[in-house]
Design a protein around this ligand. Structure first.
Ligand code: ZN
Ligand code: ZN
Length: 280
């Protein structure tokens, strides 16, 4: 059979031909089966992308649906982009990175599916595992970020980059949150854990290193202890070696940008050295 051109493949996937749909369904089933096997065979590896949050994704029109300045609402939309439903690698496909879509008003409502939180328009973004085809598809998909129904406010103004940041507007609160995150690990046994700190910060305990990088404990996840980030929604098993920096998603404000949040917090801690909370 003649080899199909990339543009044929792209068009067939975009046009949802019966064969393409079947291919995609098969691929999705294989991905799910692989994921189930990974979870069973390598719980540590698989846990890196499991989400703790079992609540339903936010539904369109469910609450105040247009507030681009609202950081909490942005995080709520972002939390719907769980890895199992939005598996795009943000380094390989930065234009499909979840924060970009959440900032533009979209929530993830199904496998590779986004729905506008205001006008309810939906798009399905599927890749093919064929690199050349996927690059072309990604270029087409990136344009959909502004494809809303007419007069949707999200097409006019989206959340700014500064909305997706760790807040230090109240330094005392930021320090209190830091100590509470560190304290959240105190009830866990971390004897078998090595916390890697690629930035060589000068925290005094593994718990403080984890907290400095924005991690907090969630002790009851399938019987395993895990650390959780409430900015990029990563959940990682606390076993073996734990890289406090690289376990975040690449876009997470705790580690991303020229002045990542852990550096700001580190400076703040040095200024308030004497602050102590019992048990840490
Ligand atoms: Zn819309
Ligand atoms: Zn994070």
């Amino acid at each position: 059979m003649a080899k199909r051109s990339i543009s044929d493949l792209v068009n067939s996937y975009l046009g949802e031909s019966p064969k393409a749909s079947k291919d995609l369904a098969d691929r999705f089933s294989r991905m799910q089966a692989l994921r189930r096997k990974l979870t069973h065979d390598h719980p540590h590896t698989a846990s890196a992308s499991l989400s703790m949050d079992h609540t339903d994704p936010p539904s369109p029109r469910s609450k105040t649906n247009y507030a681009p300045w609202d950081r909490t609402a942005l995080l709520h939309r972002l939390s719907s982009f769980k890895f199992v439903r939005w598996p795009f690698d943000e380094l390989k496909y930065p234009r499909l990175a979840a924060p970009e879509w959440a900032k533009a008003g979209w929530i993830c409502t199904g496998p590779c599916t986004v729905t506008c939180s205001l006008c309810t328009k939906s798009h399905v973004l599927r890749l093919t595992d064929e690199p050349d085809v996927d690059v072309a598809l990604c270029g087409k998909y990136a344009k959909l970020i502004n494809d809303h129904y007419p007069n949707c406010l999200w097409a006019k103004r989206r959340s700014s980059d500064s909305t997706y940041t760790v807040s230090f507007s109240d330094p005392d609160q930021a320090l209190t949150d830091y100590f509470l995150r560190a304290k959240s690990f105190s009830s866990l046994s971390l004897a078998n854990l090595t916390v890697l700190d690629p930035e060589h910060t000068t925290t005094s305990t593994p718990e403080r290193t984890l907290a400095l990088f924005g991690w907090q404990a969630r002790p009851s996840f399938g019987g395993r202890h895990v650390a959780y980030c409430d900015m990029c929604f990563r959940t990682v098993s606390l076993e073996g070696e734990f890289d406090a920096l690289h376990n975040h998603r690449a876009y997470c404000p705790w580690i991303a940008g020229s002045l990542p949040a852990y550096k700001v917090l580190s400076s703040l801690c040095k200024c308030r050295k004497n602050m102590v909370i019992d048990g840490i």
